[in-house]
Ligand binder design. Structure first.
Ligand code: IPE
Ligand code: IPE
Ligand code: MG
Length: 248
């Protein structure tokens, strides 16, 4: 630990971490439990990771909780996931407020039940002045839907072709106001993006672990941040020092 109580390389920690919280079903199956027990265990783990973000000075955390493709799961599981979202908001909102967490929602609320919509909107409203950690909750989120939504909104606003820039596009996405993620973590070992932040991930660093999401605790999270701190982000460029060699 350094003098400020932070790990030695914490000044190189990411500002924005996004997580594909995957592997709840396999975690449950391994224990002979129903899949929903895995999702519940996943929400318990999320509480730990939010705390760890506050501890390590991560400013933005984006979590993939329900994708536009997840509607294709059995009704029982979809209904269970909706209930879990409602329960989590109900149970955790006051503590999140105390921790200074600002909740934002990424995705389309329209297809969700009225009671879920109201709870999400209430959580967003009640935490809007907080700034310790911005928590983007991607629920009924899909990257392709997000881009189509943005394009339609631009057309509705009569944006001209000349005005369309990378920056403007970013302002029209659900993530407006959040920088692009520096680090994307995917648990449970799958090597795919699964329609998550497909615009914003253009230059994100990736960290994939075999660990299932309910077991991905503070220590593993710190390991991911430490590994990120060692990465050399080049953004397609080369270091100027590379040009001092004999072959220039
Ligand atoms: C991730 O866990 C949570 C959601 C997609 C809602 P999964 O439910 O995908 O778990 P696995 O991949 O089947 O193990
Ligand atoms: C991605 O996980 C979505 C969430 C974590 C919410 P999935 O389990 O749905 O993704 P695939 O089906 O393995 O690509
Ligand atoms: Mg999965």
């Amino acid at each position: 630990m350094s003098e400020n109580g932070q790990p030695p390389n914490s000044e190189k920690y990411p500002q924005h971490v996004a997580i594909i919280m995957d592997g709840n079903g396999r975690w449950a199956k391994r224990r002979g439990l129903p899949r929903l027990a895995g999702h519940k265990a996943g929400t318990d783990n999320l509480r730990k990771i939010i705390k760890a973000c506050v501890e390590f000075g991560v400013k933005y955390l984006t979590i993939y909780a329900f994708s536009t493709e997840n509607w294709g799961r059995p009704k029982e599981e979809v209904d269970g996931l909706m209930r879990i979202l409602e329960d989590v908001i109900e149970r955790e909102l006051s503590e999140l407020k105390e921790q200074g967490v600002q909740i934002r929602h990424l995705g389309c609320l329209d297809q969700l039940a009225g009671s879920v919509q109201r709870k999400v909107l209430n959580a967003v409203e009640q935490t809007k002045e907080n700034s310790t950690l911005i928590l983007n909750v991607a629920f009924n989120y899909g990257g392709r839907d997000e881009i189509i939504h943005a394009v339609k909104k631009m057309l509705g606003d009569h944006i001209t072709a000349d005005a369309v820039t990378h920056e403007l596009m970013s302002e029209y996405l659900y993530t407006a106001g959040s920088p692009d993620p520096d680090l994307i973590i995917r648990t449970s070992g799958e090597l795919r993006i699964s329609n998550f932040l497909i615009w914003q991930a253009a230059y994100s660093e990736w960290y994939v672990t075999e660990t299932y999401w309910p077991d991905f605790g503070r220590e593993e999270f710190k390991k991911a941040l430490d590994e990120y701190a060692q990465r050399d982000r080049r953004f397609g460029k080369v270091e100027s020092s590379e040009y001092t060699g004999v072959n220039d």
